[in-house]
Design a protein around this ligand. Structure first.
Ligand SMILES: *Cc1c(COP(=O)(O)O)cnc(C)c1O
Length: 349
């Protein structure tokens, strides 16, 4: 059938594209002599690749990082080619063939991946060296392997495990990366993610790879005044009811009213990424009124204490998505808060 136009959404993700643009420019400026790329993996950190790509391109970003090959078409649709790197690299001939066909460079992460790439015909690629995170990347002890010597390495990368912390591991990784850079021929070097950019010029090299900070995350205190919030969560009230003392609320009746109350049921739930961990401390906002979440968060709904307000069905409430604050409230990381955002939001810019 011909689907008629949808009625107005009851769940909105407002994306401040000006803030996203400013955040990229700030990260680029903080990168000093280095150029900032942009990590757009996981659907642009949950905000939607179709919303973040035009904005990042408009701001001046030209180098994009995704994790999976499945994420490449969404980026190519905007760049039409150019500089896209796939962080998971090539583990088999199909992935290598896809890389060749699209011109997208794999980040080679192991001797096996190097072999796969060379057997597919080789050509320019990036190389990730593991400098102590022990997650993904060629071990420093293997950089002298002939198979690595045959690669045409464009950018040599490594990744910081604890750039958001004050720890000697950062310097240890920096030293290991410098050493690696002397063992592998390369055109460019790249070490810093968002937090790494804030560690200062020693960490910048040629290309930085901010992700979180572009989308409003603040991984280090020094970025607090620099990064602005990008994502705003808003949901409509579906129903309002009066509660009497003793009335129980929501699944498993974990909340019981002890006084006469009003409760509002709002169109937002854990399927949208608002996990139950928001429960005991979380609240939504209507105007300047704070409305605490009561009872368990359901798949599609949360219930709010709106006692003393004239809130009614159809009113929109907002969930504070200031990421550092929301992280403290929910116990979720700033990265999780972004990438959990579900597919039912109507995204508005
Ligand atoms: C995700 C990722 C980034 C971006 O990190 P942020 O902490 O979000 O800035 C950079 N480099 C690699 C290898 C990544 O996987």
């Amino acid at each position: 059938m011909n689907i008629p136009e949808l009625p107005p959404a009851t769940l909105r993700l407002r994306i401040d594209t000006a803030a996203l643009s400013d955040n990229w420019r700030a990260m680029n400026r903080l990168s000093g002599a280095a150029t900032a790329g942009a990590a757009v993996k996981a659907d642009g950190y949950g905000l939607g690749i179709d919303y973040v790509m035009p904005t990042l391109l408009g701001a001046g970003a030209r180098q994009f990082f995704v994790a999976h090959w499945s994420e490449v078409p969404g980026v190519l649709a905007y760049t039409g080619g150019g500089d896209i790197a796939v962080l998971h690299g090539v583990g088999n001939t199909q992935e290598a063939a896809f890389a060749k066909a699209t011109g997208v460079l794999p980040v080679i992460n192991s001797l096996h991946q190097a072999q796969v790439w060379l057997e597919a015909g080789g050509g320019p690629c990036h190389l990730m060296v593991d400098t102590g995170m022990n997650r993904l990347g060629v071990e420093t002890g293997n950089l002298g392997d002939p198979v690595i010597g045959q690669l045409q390495v464009d950018t040599l990368l490594s990744h910081l495990a604890s750039a958001d912390e004050e720890t000697a591991q950062n310097e240890t990784q920096l030293r290991a990366f410098r050493q690696a850079s002397q063992q592998v021929k390369h055109n460019a070097l790249s070490l810093a993610n968002s937090a790494g950019i804030a560690l200062g010029p020693d960490y910048h090299f040629d290309l930085t790879r901010p992700g979180l900070a572009l989308y409003g995350g603040v991984p280090r205190g020094t970025l607090a005044g620099v990064v602005s919030q990008v994502a705003y969560v808003e949901a409509a009230v579906l129903q309002v009811r009066n509660l009497s003392p003793g009335d129980k609320v929501g699944y498993n009746a974990v909340f019981t009213a002890t006084k006469p109350m009003r409760a509002a049921t709002v169109s937002l739930g854990y399927a949208d990424g608002i996990l139950r961990s928001w429960g005991t401390k979380g609240a939504m906002q209507h105007g300047d009124r704070k409305l605490p979440i009561i009872g368990r968060i359901s798949m599609d709904m949360v219930i709010l204490d709106c006692t003393g307000t004239d809130l009614c069905a159809g009113d929109f409430c907002s969930l504070s998505y200031d990421l550092p604050q929301a992280s403290r409230t929910s116990g979720l990381s700033q990265y999780e808060l972004l990438t959990l955002l579900g597919h039912r939001f109507t995204r508005v810019c």
